[in-house]
Design a binder for this molecule. Structure first.
Ligand SMILES: Nc1nc2c(c(=O)[nH]1)N[C@H]1C(S)=C(S)[C@@H](COP(=O)(O)OP(=O)(O)OC[C@H]3O[C@@H](n4cnc5c(=O)[nH]c(N)nc54)[C@H](O)[C@@H]3O)O[C@H]1N2
Ligand SMILES: Nc1nc2c(c(=O)[nH]1)N[C@H]1C(S)=C(S)[C@@H](COP(=O)(O)OP(=O)(O)OC[C@H]3O[C@@H](n4cnc5c(=O)[nH]c(N)nc54)[C@H](O)[C@@H]3O)O[C@H]1N2
Ligand code: SF4
Ligand SMILES: [Mo]
Length: 745
């Protein structure tokens, strides 16, 4: 039987590709550029406009330079910006490839069945909005407005979010929470009463010891952090890297601990054991600020370095030595909380252990540890109150995940699959800037949920896999062709940054603000979009903080003064933490109330069977997930991922570097494409490693189609965090299928 929504791999019934393809693209781009005389003139007679980068979520602010014909030539960092200090990473510099990519989405598309086959037909914007609005109104009538949801990652989310709230739903989820940093936020909130957020409040610049637990800064190219780490190393800071793989930063580290994957909690508990039993903790700090030290002291007695050796394969002597190294540097020490932390399902507890270790070392609120960040406040124009939703995705969760402080993308997905006990299911998705097929683990479930929907509308710039499941595709112009909401960053000094169009949108593409407002018109919600243009809204907001759109167009970035001189705790200062006890909770009363272990414990996880290897994954400096996969500038640097294999394993399987193999996981899922083997000592014998974001299945993306393997496809076992619902993705094992040739799959 055919599934209701066939994944449409073929190109649409489109003429746009022919009209705008190839060499014509260039002249078309030229003809669109306005006379930008009023903008600030940069050196070399280029014209420059401010932006902030959308290639990843560090959001560095920069300048887009054009030549005398108005063609975008390059993007460079804005010197005033604390997120990048005037320097862009390779991906940010290559961001211009997003604009020039000839495979971009070009015009709205609507799914139609023609001669028994599903395909996309080009539509006008009005037809596309009419289609969506009609369905949304019908869903509201039949199921209530709460049966709609938004998945979003990126700038446009603000406006689609507003639309959804005005419509009467608060099912607004970003995969950057339950698939990324959620456990870290919950762990730090339950310990210190405050999350980490972005950019992280790690004071790496002044640290003397940085401990990286599976956080591979340098491959994870979050710009400001990498710069600070490099400065700290120059100033003599020691790095301790805990990673089953010899990462780039492991090469810069004093200690590399090649831990057996999935055992980090044991190491963290053993470190606490040494720090407490050897009296290396910050006694004054612990006494003054923390709650539950005595319980913790009792609790960690059983987690000796000798015990941890058996679990982690890290020698007791090395555990002791590194614990002392941290204590020597304290309080200028950071046990880094990481960012993508949804690994093994006990992730909140692992991050609690990280938080507790920082508390014992007295690094929270101290120079070289964690500073107290300040957020810029920019007032928003007052809108009518949003209607109050009567239900939301949580109703389908059976009382679980109460500590999740944001909506779970995977939870919204689950709430879209009707079950016998559910009296409510989500019926419509708007998906903005997130490629859910490659982002949520358990692809089968994601697709099942999509098949249950009455409507799925996808806003994207590229024909990514998720667009192949859409009923309506709305092509957004790239960040280089639009205004967006102001970037408001927390930091030592908070800052705001402006993004404005460097050029007019190519093809029939539009910005999110315009789309959301046009949809609001059709849904009779225009009261929530009082400004006709985003420029007017931004100008109004900027004027509330003493600047204006005109000024920001000239400067790009503004730092705002800190209100208080409280970057670090003053000596002996009384501090009240936002926890139940008002203290840093080594013993978490919030977790206890919810029925969870108040202090982290070690839980063993399943290990690979004979002939199988743990699938681990990470980042490459020149790519961001799928969003750069087809970028012409970045595919030039790296166009496929490789499978890192230990020489011992390679010998067993008779594999050599450069050879292509298929992978099969523990549930019998075989990778859609083959992957190139890289034999290297840099990975443990029990694991294989690949970079996430490859193995694309949509033929409309010509450069990346079929290049490498998608880790997501092989992640069918999800280890859900019982505390906050994060989706642990590292409990999957793969074997090599050297017997399969390409045509057999
Ligand atoms: N297997 C596996 N899954 C993972 C991860 C992993 O490492 N492995 N990492 C997890 C993490 S840490 C995160 S944060 C999430 C991230 O997951 P996502 O947020 O889904 O990130 P991307 O894959 O980059 O998808 C971004 C989508 O946005 C589109 N896009 C790019 N620019 C624009 C734009 O300007 N406007 C619009 N409307 N769309 C745009 C891209 O074409 C792409 O379809 O994934 C998580 N999922
Ligand atoms: N260039 C680039 N930079 C990025 C991104 C990108 O796509 N590209 N994405 C950004 C985003 S959204 C995020 S969330 C961050 C993610 O970046 P991070 O939070 O730094 O890292 P992860 O991707 O979780 O982790 C990858 C590392 O964990 C190791 N690892 C695997 N299993 C284990 C284990 O059991 N224990 C230990 N100790 N280590 C293990 C892997 O070998 C790898 O080195 O990167 C950000 N920066
Ligand atoms: S770190 Fe790189 S990709 Fe990310 S926002 Fe900054 S320049 Fe762009
Ligand atoms: Mo992330």
């Amino acid at each position: 039987m055919k599934s209701r929504r066939q994944f449409i791999k073929i190109s649409s019934l489109s003429t746009a590709g022919l009209i705008f393809g190839g060499g014509l693209l260039e002249s078309f781009a030229n003809s669109l550029v306005k006379d930008n005389k009023s903008y600030f003139k940069g050196p070399y007679d280029f014209t420059r406009t401010p932006t902030y980068c959308e290639v990843c979520f560090w959001k560095c602010a920069g300048w887009v330079y054009k030549d005398e014909n108005g063609r975008i030539k390059k993007i460079i960092g804005n010197d005033l910006d604390p997120n990048c200090n005037g320097r862009f990473c390779p991906r940010g510099t290559g961001g211009v490839g997003m604009y020039y990519d000839e495979d971009r989405l070009k015009t709205p598309l609507i799914r139609k069945e023609i001669d028994g086959n599903q395909t996309y037909v080009e539509a006008s914007w009005d037809e596309a909005f009419e289609f969506i609005a009609t369905k949304m109104k019908q869903i509201k009538k039949e199921h209530g407005p709460e049966s709609t949801a938004l998945f979003t990652h990126g700038s446009g989310g603000k406006y689609f979010g507003k639309l959804l709230k005005a419509f009467g739903s608060n099912n607004i989820a970003a995969p950057s929470y339950a698939q990324c940093r959620g456990p870290r936020e919950v762990a730090f909130i339950s310990t210190f009463g405050q999350g980490i957020n972005s950019p992280e409040n790690t004071d790496i610049r002044d640290t003397k010891c940085l401990v990286l637990i599976g956080s591979h800064l340098g491959e994870n190219m979050h710009n400001g952090q990498v710069q600070e780490m490099s400065d700290a190393i120059d100033k003599g800071a020691n790095i301790i890297t805990v990673d089953p793989r010899f990462s780039t930063v492991a090469g810069k580290s004093k200690h590399w601990l090649p831990i057996k994957p999935a055992t980090d909690n044991a190491l963290l508990l053993a470190w606490m054991n040494v720090i407490i039993n050897e009296g290396l903790y910050d006694k004054e700090y612990v006494e003054k600020y923390t709650f539950g030290f005595d319980q913790l002291k009792d609790h960690i007695q059983r987690y000796t370095p000798e015990w941890a050796y058996g679990v982690t394969t890290i020698k007791p002597q090395q555990i002791r030595e590194t614990a002392r190294e941290m204590a020597n540097a304290a309080p200028a020490v950071i046990v880094h909380p990481g960012r993508h932390v949804t690994w093994y399902g006990d992730d909140t507890q692992r991050l609690r252990a990280v938080a507790i270790l920082n508390a014992l070392l007295g690094s929270w609120g101290r120079r070289g540890g964690f500073y107290n960040p300040e957020k810029a406040e920019v007032p928003h124009y007052k809108l009518p109150a949003f209607p109050k939703p009567k239900k939301n995705w949580r109703d389908a969760m059976d009382g679980k995940y109460n500590l999740a402080d944001l909506a779970l993308a995977s939870g919204v997905c689950d709430a879209s699959i009707p079950g016998p006990d559910m009296d409510y299911a989500i019926k419509a998705w708007i998906v903005n800037g997130t490629n859910l097929i490659n982002t949520l683990p358990d692809q089968k479930k994601t697709i099942q949920a999509i098949q249950e929907l009455d409507l799925i509308a996808v806003v994207d710039t590229m024909p990514m896999e998720i667009t192949g499941y859409a009923d309506v595709v709305l092509p957004e112009c790239t960040y280089l062709e639009r205004y967006d909401a102001l970037r408001i960053s927390q930091g030592r000094e908070p800052s705001i940054a402006l993004r404005m169009p460097a050029v007019d949108p190519l093809y029939n593409t539009k910005p999110a603000y315009w789309m959301a407002r046009e949809l609001a018109k059709k849904l009779d919600l225009l009261d929530y979009f009082p400004f006709e243009n985003i420029e007017e809204e931004i100008d109004w907001e900027l004027k509330q903080v003493g600047t204006s759109l005109e000024e920001m167009q000239r400067v790009g970035v503004k730092k705002l003064e800190r209100e208080f001189d409280d970057l670090y705790f003053a000596d002996g200062e009384d501090v009240e933490f936002n926890t139940n006890t008002g203290k840093i909770e080594l013993y978490s009363t919030a977790l206890e109330e919810e029925g969870f272990d108040p202090m982290p414990v070690y839980t063993p996880h399943p290990e690979p069977e004979e002939g199988f290897y743990r699938l681990i994954y990470g980042r490459a400096p020149m790519h961001t997930f799928s969003r750069t996969a087809n970028n012409p500038n970045l595919t030039d640097l790296m166009d496929e991922n490789t499978c890192w294999v230990n020489p011992k394993v390679a010998k067993e399987w008779d594999l050599s570097s450069g050879q292509y193999v298929y992978l099969e996981n523990q549930d019998g899922v075989i990778s859609e494409f083959p992957i190139k083997v890289r034999v290297t000592e840099r990975i443990r014998f029990d694991s294989i490693y690949m970079v996430h974001g490859f193995g694309h299945a949509d033929k409309r993306m010509k450069r990346c189609f079929g290049k490498g393997v998608s880790d997501t496809q092989l992640i069918t076992n999800v280890m859900t965090d019982p505390i906050m619902g994060g989706t642990g993705m590292r409990g999957n094992f793969v074997t090599f299928r050297t017997d399969i040739k390409k045509s057999e799959v």
